[in-house]
Design a protein around this ligand. Structure first.
Ligand code: UD1
Length: 432
């Protein structure tokens, strides 16, 4: 993996138009679900991200032929059909666990490394396992792996409610597996996120019979087999909102194109409350930041609530607001590692029992900082756009897991941002 960092000189209002990329969190479970198809699947608008590269490697290990060209990926089954996805890949990316359901349903056997700890807090997979067990899988944990076996899965009624709501990738795993089960599966407390809707639409395109997508009750009538298909992945709502926040924090005017505005309602509501001027079209959103933001109280909750994947970036914006803001996260209550790095940029942010307290307006000034995870990294980039002087964001590999060319997109909008690679080591008499 390339190690790099970003140099940002803050203080330039962003202006212009930018296109949203395809959604990472839709593309990953869709790629994993391609394991269910009997023939080739062609996906378009797959973002060029490290996480996608990781899943390509997992699928190849699982005996799939995977070809990539630009934003298109073709995934086709080969004759050999291994069933093990090892720790190397799952450790790099938790979403690799999404292969468990499809693998089990299609091949009758799956060995997938159990994901370990995570920087954004505890992330158990008990609900994934509960759902697959209800479909008839025989599950055990051996040598750090989930070992799953089953003759043909059978439909069941499954409640995926957890203490923090539903589970997004858990719903993906169970819904994908249930497409090939005998009989009907009803998922109660299914995740309603747009990425799950996109996965369901993709599965239906392959020949599955899924109803209730976008609601909390999803019904899947099992079919005997799924065929190939072509599918275009939906827009990345988190990336789109991050770009709008870049406009807001820099005092600029930016339009983001090729988005699905209906998926961003909760975010627009908060931006509106913060005093940002929004113009919402059919597949385009423009933000004009004519004034400093107003302070807000935000709690991240499952969709259709405000997304946890944007709370760090919003916290960066609220540093500019005059007055006290509060940001809580009901999905990942411990997801506040970014606060310590924001403080290095001059933010007056404290972590309380109920999340972050921001005392604005903070005078941000550039400093070297380190991205601890993907969205925390995005928050630091945003803060860097507003800070006086030079900010250096280390840990760009975290950002590149989930943002396609963020530095280039921001630079095209007028940001003074440059990506640098760590200097290559000079090897005397080495290859040219
Ligand atoms: C997905 C997203 C991630 C996002 C998160 C919440 C992908 C690849 N990742 O992660 O970007 O931040 O949704 O919107 O789509 N939980 C359990 N038991 C389980 C599973 C989850 O208790 O078996 C809990 C988690 O600890 C957390 C909550 O449920 O508190 C939501 O987690 P979940 O929706 O599963 O997150 P992911 O699917 O891992």
């Amino acid at each position: 993996m390339r190690k790099g960092y970003l140099h940002i000189r803050g203080g330039r209002p962003l202006e212009g138009t930018v296109e949203a990329s395809g959604s990472k969190n839709a593309a990953l479970p869709i790629m994993a679900a391609s394991l269910l198809a009997d023939s080739a699947v062609r996906l378009r608008r797959v973002p060029r991200l490290a996480d996608v590269g990781n899943l390509v490697a997992v699928l190849r290990c699982l005996g799939m032929d995977v070809g990539r060209e630009g934003d298109a990926i073709q995934i086709a089954p080969r004759d050999t059909a291994p069933f093990q996805a090892g720790y190397t890949h799952v450790r790099r990316m938790r979403a690799s666990f999404c292969v468990l359901g499809p693998l089990l349903a299609r091949r009758g056997r799956a060995v997938v490394a159990l994901p370990g700890g995570c920087r954004i807090g505890p992330r158990p997979v008990d609900l994934h396992l509960k759902g697959l067990a209800a479909l008839g899988a025989d599950l055990s944990i051996r040598n750090g792996n989930v070992v799953a076996r089953s003759a043909r899965l059978r439909g069941a009624k499954i409640d995926l409610a957890g203490s923090a709501g539903s589970t997004v990738t858990g719903t993906a795993n169970v819904m994908s597996a249930a497409t090939l089960a005998r009989g009907t599966t009803t998922i109660l407390h299914a995740a309603q996120e747009p990425e799950i809707v996109d996965l369901g639409r993709f599965l239906n395109r392959l020949g599955a019979d899924i109803e209730g997508l976008g609601s909390s009750t999803v019904t899947i009538r099992g079919v005997d087999q799924l065929g190939g298909a072509a599918y275009r992945v939906t827009a990345d709502r988190i990336e789109a909102a991050t770009l709008l926040l870049a406009a807001a924090i820099s005092g600029g005017r930016v339009s983001v194109e090729k988005v699905v505005p209906g998926d961003l309602r909760a975010v627009f509501e908060r931006l509106d409350q913060a005093g940002m001027e929004l113009t919402i079209g059919a597949d385009r959103v423009s933000l004009l930041a004519e004034r400093l933001p107003r302070p807000l109280r935000i709690t991240a909750t499952p969709y259709p609530g405000f997304p946890t994947d944007l709370q760090a970036q919003f916290t960066a914006l609220l540093c500019l607001a005059r007055g006290q803001s509060r940001v809580a996260d009901a999905v990942f209550p411990q997801r506040f590692l970014h606060l310590a790095e924001l403080r290095r940029l001059g933010a007056e942010v404290a972590a309380g029992a109920a999340g972050a307290v921001v005392r604005g307006p903070c005078r941000l000034s550039g400093a070297p900082v380190a991205a601890t995870d993907l969205r925390a990294g995005a928050a630091l980039v945003l803060a860097g756009l507003a800070a006086e002087g030079k900010t250096v964001v280390h840990g760009v590999n975290h950002l590149e897991r989930g943002y396609e060319r963020l530095d280039r997109k921001l630079a095209a909008l007028g940001a003074d941002i440059v990506r640098k690679d760590r200097a290559a080591r000079w090897i005397p008499n080495g290859p040219p």
